[in-house]
Design a protein. Structure first.
Length: 114
């Protein structure tokens, strides 16, 4: 049950989630020592995957962005807002900017699924 829920949420993009469940099962079935051994092996294997490299790159890039102080230039006046995606979130943003703030809002809706 947990495995199916995890697979549904991650859509198979994160191999670590399945391995975590396997390691926990090993520890519960064979004892903590076997669980720790399985964890060490799984960590070593997963650390070398392309997904791990990509996630580390995202982490380090987002950390660097947080250090950027931005620009000293004064902000330009805001008259309109463009929103990509007309789903629940995009529609809500368009509503708030148009009705509550009085800005012209333009939605770009794409029907192509990722």
């Amino acid at each position: 049950m947990v495995g199916k829920k995890t697979e549904h949420k991650t859509q198979g993009n994160y191999p670590a989630t399945e391995r975590i469940l396997e390691v926990v099962e090993t520890g519960l079935a064979q004892g903590t020592s076997s669980g720790y051994d399985a964890e060490a092996r799984a960590f070593g294997e997963l650390a070398m995957t392309p997904q791990s490299q990509a996630l580390r790159s995202i982490f380090f890039a987002s950390t660097e962005v947080k250090k950027d102080p931005g620009s000293d230039a004064p902000p330009a006046p805001l008259n309109s807002v463009g929103i990509l995606g007309g789903g629940l979130m995009g529609g809500g943003i368009a509503y708030v900017t148009a009705c509550k703030r009085g800005f012209r809002s333009e939605l770009k809706i794409s029907t192509r699924r990722a």
